[in-house]
Ligand binder design. Structure first.
Ligand code: CAA
Length: 380
């Protein structure tokens, strides 16, 4: 089995590592404190090709594989998980969704701008009363011939206030349950589209999370993705790939927290020696590193499945389930290694601990991942 990366993959990983250290690190605490969206940094990530990495170059993308994408996600998340979720939603939910299931006109009109970072995308599935239970949504899109009329509220939408284009999942025929759901590309400037208040979050505070309200928004029929009734499958298929991106984010949070703990343990002294010389700390580092390596293998396997045309529902869900638990465990331990300093913002690890939690919640909670995995195990 060959675990080596290609020259191109190493190059893109190193570019992301360099960018994260020089461009993301300097303002990361301030953005977290003030819930400041990284506008400049997102623009630069667009210039570097990070916003549409897997998109076909003919639509302005990087034409890269999923493995390159997860390498970039890990590097960005080692420094700033708020920035990496912006990248993740744009790449693996919005760009992927349009590239895989949109028509040529939709690709020309929307994907070309999203892939270059000129425009930003958001994915709108969750509702106040329908997060995990995705078929129970109440947002409606009523067919009026050449257009739909969209009404309802979406919640916890990443890039909610800053996006330009929104993939909105809505009920078009309640009787048909999941077969009566469609997905639409909606533009921010359309009449009746209102952005709700920004959420004041525990973590990933630099990312922009809002509720969205649709009041009789007129959506042209040509903005529906796929055939009538394809919306639920569209959401499930798109989320399956999105989960690989979030698994890589969780991996990066764990790896970033571990790096800080390791470095700190080599300089901080207690009882006459650097604390890494105490087994209480050294064993923690050994456990942290081992679990990160295991998470990395699951993330890479899921990316490899996607790149090789295998089904990745289960491998993506397993990667997300495990890596998000590792992000949580490792970031808590990283705070512990830092002792009192771990509780102070300037040492960064408390932010990793806060950021880690969301990876067990968005793009399907850990419990949802277990549903996906167990159904996959038991289907035949
Ligand atoms: N690929 C293709 N089709 C799929 C599929 C997949 N991965 N998963 C399900 N389907 C199909 C099924 O085959 C079935 O179709 P048929 O009737 O034709 O056979 C249909 O979809 C319904 O499937 P289920 O009966 O399995 O549906 P369910 O209601 O039991 O739900 C679930 C399954 C896995 C729990 C699903 O509801 C789910 O994933 N929920 C979580 C939603 C989620 O992740 N939300 C996150 C919001 S987005 C976000 O967080 C973005 C952000 O901003 C960061």
């Amino acid at each position: 089995m060959d675990f080596s990366l290609s020259e191109e993959q190493i190059m893109i990983r190193d570019a992301a590592r360099d960018f994260a250290r020089t461009e993301l690190l300097p303002g990361v605490i301030e953005r977290d404190n003030h819930q400041k969206f990284p506008t400049e940094q997102v623009k630069k990530m667009g210039e570097l090709g990070f916003m549409g990495m897997m998109v076909d170059p003919k639509y302005g993308g990087g034409g890269m594989d999923t493995l390159s994408y997860v390498l970039v996600m890990e590097e960005l998340s080692k420094i700033d998980a708020s920035c990496s979720v912006i990248v993740s939603v744009n790449n693996s939910l919005v760009c992927y969704g349009i590239q895989a299931y949109g028509n040529e006109d939709q690709k020309q009109k929307y994907l070309t701008k999203l892939a270059t970072g000129e425009k930003l995308g958001a994915f709108c599935l969750s509702e106040p009363e329908a997060g995990s239970d995705a078929t129970s949504q109440t947002t409606t899109a009523i067919d009026k011939g050449d257009h739909y009329i969209l009404n309802g509220t979406k919640n916890w939408i990443t890039n909610g206030g800053t996006a330009d284009y929104y993939l909105v999942i809505a009920q078009t025929d309640r009787e048909k349950k999941h077969k009566g759901i469609n997905a639409f590309i909606v533009e921010k400037t359309w009449e009746g589209f209102e952005i709700g208040p920004k959420e004041d979050k525990l973590g990933i505070r630099g990312s922009d999370t809002h509720s969205l309200i649709f009041n009789d928004v007129k959506v042209p029929k040509e903005n529906r993705i796929g055939i009538d009734g394809f919306g639920f499958k569209f959401a499930m298929k798109t989320l399956a790939g999105g989960r690989i991106g979030i698994a890589a984010q969780a991996l990066g949070i764990a790896a970033g927290a571990y790096d800080l703990a390791r470095e700190y343990s080599k300089v901080r002294k207690a009882f006459g020696t650097e604390i890494c010389n105490h087994q209480a700390i050294a064993f923690k580092l050994a456990d942290m590193h081992t679990s990160i390596e295991a998470a990395r293998l699951l993330v890479m396997k899921a990316a490899w499945d996607k790149d090789n045309g295998n089904n990745y529902d289960m491998s993506g869900a397993m990667a997300k389930l495990y890596a998000s638990q590792v992000a949580m465990d490792v970031s808590v331990e990283a705070v512990q290694v830092h002792g009192g300093n771990g509780y102070v913002k300037e040492y960064h690890v408390e932010r990793f601990m806060r950021d880690a939690k969301i990876t067990q919640i968005y793009e399907g909670t850990s419990e949802i991942q277990k549903i996906v995995i167990s159904r996959g195990l038991l289907k035949d």
